[in-house]
Design a protein around this ligand. Structure first.
Ligand code: AMP
Ligand code: MN
Ligand code: MN
Ligand code: MN
Length: 290
């Protein structure tokens, strides 16, 4: 490798992705292989409230020489039960407090999923719960599982419609989640040696003022990062999130939030470039030149 090559080497980071251990559709090995094919050098696997995919992902990452970041995406509640997702990067998955906390959230997910199933069944659709469990088991049950169920049985034309008509806030089968408080989720991440990042800040429909309040509470709790770039962010969103990160001295993270190859708008490692003037979350990571 020449020095010039090393100087020009710009690794591709994708620090937000899912497998079928939560609501993705690929196995951890398939996810890692796809990331490699798409040119990703540093991939974080961040399943919802679950870390069981990391061992398999690490094995494949070692084989194909990709840097796997151990991650998780924790569901938390903030300010009158609004759901926020916090990505943890470089966590220690063997940390007991983290694992106990995630297990509790998955129990809450099962309780909520049963209520969602009942609501759908009340609308005249049978065997919802049985089908969901047969398809997914009890691992990190999410609304996405219900969206796929509704699509599979022809009750909606696509996943978007499933959220709009059934599972979203105004949907027929909406059940709000009761997650742990924001500061607790951030603390689990920090105490396990990880960095906490606010996931997809542009997706919460918040005013700038509200977002700033979230950032302040998040920083008070020990959070350090903001996902300033995602596959589907507009140019405006990219620049306003970069400016938010700069103003509040947060490190910038980037992530596709990849779930499944079926989605034409989202791909691992695609369109995740970071502006020069902003400090990336990986600025002090130990980097390898490959
Ligand atoms: P849950 O954590 O169970 O509330 O489910 C949230 C997950 O549902 C997110 O992580 C997304 O993967 C998915 N999701 C939420 N809203 C939408 C939407 N409008 N279209 C497609 N997927 C969605
Ligand atoms: Mn998801
Ligand atoms: Mn999320
Ligand atoms: Mn996600």
């Amino acid at each position: 490798m020449t020095e010039e090559y090393i100087a020009n080497y710009a690794p591709v980071f994708d620090l937000h992705s899912h497998t079928l251990y939560s609501d993705g559709t690929l196995t951890p090995a398939e996810l890692v292989m796809r990331a490699k094919e798409k040119g990703v050098n540093y991939l974080a696997l961040t399943d919802h409230d679950e870390t069981s995919g990391l061992d398999e992902a690490q094995k494949k990452a070692d084989q194909v020489e990709l840097h796997l970041i151990h991650g998780v995406e924790i569901s938390v509640s903030w300010d009158n039960n609004q759901t926020i997702h916090i990505v943890g990067l470089n966590i220690d998955k063997n940390n007991q407090a983290l694992q106990d906390g995630l297990a509790d959230i998955r129990q809450e997910r099962i309780r909520r999923a049963k209520k969602i199933a009942m609501k759908i069944e009340k609308c005249g659709i049978a065997n919802v719960w049985e089908d969901i469990v047969a398809e997914s088991g009890f691992e990190a049950l999410t609304r996405t599982h219900f969206a796929r169920f509704l699509l599979k049985h022809g009750h909606v034309k696509d996943i978007q419609q499933a959220f709009k008509k059934w599972l979203g806030k105004k949907g027929k089968a909406y059940v709000s989640g009761h997650w742990i408080p924001l500061n607790e989720g951030v603390k689990w991440i920090v105490d396990s040696g990880g960095q906490a990042v606010i996931a997809h800040p542009v997706r919460y429909g918040m005013t700038n003022r509200k977002l700033e309040k979230l950032v302040l509470d998040f920083k008070d709790a020990g959070g350090v990062g903001l996902e300033v770039v995602g596959n589907r962010y507009s140019a405006n969103e990219r620049s306003s999130m970069a400016s938010l990160a700069r103003r509040f001295d947060l490190l910038a993270s980037v992530g596709s939030d990849f779930h499944s190859p079926g989605n034409q708008y989202v791909e691992l490692g695609r369109n995740l470039g970071l502006a020069d003037h902003i400090k990336p979350i990986w600025h002090d990571w130990q980097m390898a030149n490959n």
